[in-house]
Write a protein that binds this ligand. Structure first.
Ligand SMILES: NC(=O)C1=CN([C@@H]2O[C@H](COP(=O)(O)OP(=O)(O)OC[C@H]3O[C@@H](n4cnc5c(N)ncnc54)[C@H](O)[C@@H]3O)[C@@H](O)[C@H]2O)[C@@H](O)CC1
Ligand SMILES: Nc1ncnc2c1ncn2[C@@H]1O[C@H](COP(=O)(O)OP(=O)(O)O)[C@@H](O)[C@H]1O
Length: 302
């Protein structure tokens, strides 16, 4: 059994239409969990580079790193400002703060594009030029056109409206968050095609669209997931999945990123369901439920 996903060129996948939406399920998600083998080491499993958090939102850095750690990845390099870095290290001494090679990046959660310190701008630039696949969230979404490798973006409705408005010819062309909320699938698809990136549009139903397809919907979690920092955890889950599937992304590009995005949303939703159990949760509760959800997915594919 390979330590990772099935190739998308399989018979089953070929029978599926490339256009149109397909609901992502447990069996799909199970195929996109990379399980370490006897021969694995931390580097061969995959290393995630993380540039997130700020003095204003240091907690987002902790939540993303926690989400990635508990989804499973060989190592995380956290490269952020001093305050978030300090909080990350207090919570997770496993994290490495020295720069070095990575197999994927998570950037932007807990950052503010309108007030970006020079050091952060430099770190983001380095990640964008690295030639390694990126998950771009929140305060780095304005940089989406600058990446030298395949990208998956993770906006909510307001963030997608901002990204699309920045590309509009004039204000009258600009799409609003309400327009997107009224037809999220259509806007996710249009954004993927116009930006040339895979789009994961968050919500009760999450829409994942690659440029030209494939397109997946994920409705796995309860509305209790609508809580501060929940999306920062999702970024971490997806970052870990991307860093542990470098080969698949290299081979299948956006088709693999779409499958990984849908898997991240499914795992995050199911972890939210498990943590909530019908009641309220905070973002770190989602993190606590992640290992059990991943374990059950691995067992389900035996
Ligand atoms: N613990 C943390 O560090 C957290 C950090 N976060 C980070 O915070 C940054 C901003 O994310 P947002 O999703 O807030 O960005 P948005 O730009 O989508 O949200 C801000 C908008 O919400 C409006 N708003 C603010 N308070 C409101 C209220 N009480 N009722 C109605 N509207 C209100 C504002 O006017 C503004 O238009 C991101 O970088 C994100 O990653 C969030 O994920 C929350 C948790
Ligand atoms: N009503 C809902 N039902 C289920 N999941 C939701 C709902 N609202 C939001 N979510 C999920 O919660 C997360 C919220 O992310 P986001 O809006 O980025 O929040 P934050 O910026 O506070 O982290 C996303 O994964 C989204 O899919």
């Amino acid at each position: 059994m390979v330590a990772g996903a099935r190739a998308l060129g399989g018979d089953e996948e070929r029978r599926r239409p490339v256009t149109g939406w397909r609901s992502w399920d447990e069996g799909d998600a199970a195929a996109w969990i990379a399980v370490p083998q006897e021969s694995s080491d931390k580097y061969s499993r995959g290393v995630l580079g993380v540039v997130t958090g700020s003095d204003r939102y240091p907690g987002a850095a902790v939540l993303g790193v926690e989400g990635a750690s508990r989804t499973g990845v060989g190592m995380i390099r956290y490269l952020g400002a001093d305050r978030p870095s300090d909080l990350v290290m207090r919570r997770r001494p496993e994290i490495v703060t020295a720069p070095g090679r990575v197999q994927g990046w998570l950037i932007g959660s807990g950052m503010d594009a309108s007030s970006r310190p020079d050091d952060d701008a430099q770190r983001l630039r380095a990640a964008l030029r690295d030639g390694t696949p990126l998950v771009i969230d929140a305060g780095a979404l304005d940089l989406v056109g600058r990446a030298s490798a395949p990208v998956i973006v993770t906006p909510h409705f307001r963030e997608l409206a901002t990204v699309l408005a920045s590309g509009a010819d004039d204000d009258s062309d600009a799409v609003t968050a309400d327009d997107i909320a009224a037809d999220p699938g259509d806007w996710a698809m249009r954004a993927a095609d116009s930006l040339g990136v895979t789009v994961l549009l968050k919500g009760h139903t999450t829409y994942v669209a690659a440029p030209g397809g494939p397109r997946y919907t994920v409705t796995a979690g309860p509305a209790w997931l609508a809580t501060a920092g929940s999306g920062d955890v999702l970024g971490g889950v997806l970052g870990a999945l991307v860093a542990t599937h470098a080969r698949e992304i290299d081979e299948d590009g956006h088709a693999a990123l779409a499958a990984l995005g849908a898997t991240a949303a499914w795992v995050h939703g199911r972890a939210g369901e498990r943590a909530a159990d019908g009641g309220p949760i905070v973002a770190l509760d989602i993190v606590g439920a992640l290992p059990g959800v991943v374990r059950d997915l691995v067992r389900a594919r035996r």
